[in-house]
Design a protein. Structure first.
Length: 367
């Protein structure tokens, strides 16, 4: 009787689902060994019965992540800590010239930073569009799309490469192609290497949070991510080495966020996965704020404001430097300056370069 219930409860729904989505496969469950799922091709003469008893072979990402999760948690004590600047883009880095000036401010280049770039390998990209960074594209890049977990995968790939590439990488900064620096390299370096905490915006009870939690179906996130565990925040964060390791090692929470959404309009997994994971695993190790300024004054299809070339000037830079982040749901006495800002259009590079040396990368003009 028990076996019959098992067959009814387990086999029937499975058989219906599998037959519907993959009509060439017939599913049966071995009654004597109910834990094994037997998949049998309808062309019996060619394909032997296949019993799935072990997980499928790892794809490249899983190997990469697994390797990266084994790196040392602390940078070597004798060498200087480095910043890992990780750009997530599709085809180019139109603002590369200002980043080049920024990085050129450090004389001992390779001693203090590394650059990593994730692109869409299916799109055409010319080395010239990356300036001096074209050789920094990571090899395992894959396409990444909005409203899907692929943007999270891309960030995890960047973290894994940066962890494996240099044991001195201490802070891991995720940037978009529309981001600029707001201070000199020196200022940025000192601010970040002096911190023992990650900077990641973590917000509770934001408007619409429940629909975002339930975007993959009402029960999909349970039991690993309960509604009360769910957090929202900017996808642009700065992680310590310990947290970079934590992210690439995470299988459990990722398995929940790595599911397709049933609703697109509430599906922004990259704004949910990182704040939720960090909040669940190490809330004390985080400053609940992003250091990348963004202007939400005019939201267009959930995209923030892009500064027009005519808006780019000394006044704007001063305004962005004097702004202070939102710290989670309040509390605390920190007043960190923003280190980066978005969104700047490719056409903005010319007015940006006009004020780069004198203002943007000049600490004497600090407000
Ligand atoms: C099924 O088997 C027949 C006979 O061996 C073969 O000709 C045919 O290509 C096979 N079909 C599939 C889908 O494998
Ligand atoms: C940055 O430094 C490199 C190497 O010294 C040099 O080739 C390049 O022209 C510099 N770029 C800028 C924008 O000053
Ligand atoms: C950056 O800091 C180093 C060491 O503190 C100093 O030697 C260098 O002159 C500074 N560079 C700039 C451009 O301020
Ligand atoms: C930096 O700003 C100060 C104050 O405005 C100015 O005197 C100095 O010339 C600027 N430095 C550069 C390199 O432009």
């Amino acid at each position: 009787m028990l076996a019959l219930y098992f067959i009814l409860l387990v086999c029937v729904p499975l058989a219906i689902v599998m037959t519907f989505t993959a009509p060439r496969l017939a599913i049966t469950v071995a009654v004597t060994q109910p834990a094994f799922l037997v998949i049998q091709n309808s062309n019996k003469t060619l394909t032997p019965r296949q019993v799935i008893t072990s997980p499928p072979p790892l794809d490249h990402d899983e190997l990469l992540l697994r390797q990266a999760s084994k790196v040392g948690p602390n940078p070597p004590p004798k060498s200087p800590k480095k910043l890992a600047f990780m750009f997530l883009t599709t085809t180019s880095l139109p603002l590369a010239p200002i980043w080049e000036l920024f990085f050129n401010q450090t004389s001992d280049h390779k001693l203090l930073y590394n650059v990593y770039i994730h692109v869409d390998p299916t799109q055409k990209h010319e080395p010239g569009l990356f300036g001096m960074f074209h050789n920094r594209i990571i090899p395992s890049s894959k396409p990444a799309y909005r409203h899907t977990p692929t943007l999270i995968s891309a960030a995890r790939r960047l973290l894994a490469h940066a962890l494996l590439d240099d044991p001195s990488n201490y802070m891991f900064i995720l940037l978009s192609p529309s981001c600029i620096p707001l201070h000199s390299f020196n200022f940025t370096y000192k601010s970040l290497v002096s911190s023992t905490k990650s900077f990641v915006e973590i917000l509770k009870d934001e408007p619409g949070w429940y629909d975002r939690w339930a975007a993959r179906g009402r029960y999909t996130m349970l039991p690993e991510v309960r509604p009360e565990d769910f957090r929202i925040g900017s996808q642009f964060w700065t992680f310590t080495r310990a947290h970079a390791r934590m992210v690439v090692s995470d299988v459990k929470i990722w398995s929940k966020f790595n599911k397709p959404c049933v609703r697109k309009d509430t599906c922004y997994p990259e704004e949910h996965y990182f704040p939720t994971l960090l909040h669940m695993r190490d809330p004390q190790g985080c400053v609940y704020a992003t250091l990348t300024h963004v202007d939400w004054r005019s939201v267009n299809d959930c995209h923030p404001w892009t500064y027009k070339p005519l808006e780019v000037g000394v006044g704007l830079i001063q305004k962005l430097r004097s702004a202070r982040p939102r710290y989670g749901n309040g509390g605390g006495t920190r007043k960190d300056p923003f280190l980066f800002a978005r969104k700047f259009s490719p056409a903005g590079i010319s007015p940006l370069m006009n004020i780069a040396r004198n203002v943007i990368l000049n600490d004497s003009t600090l407000v």
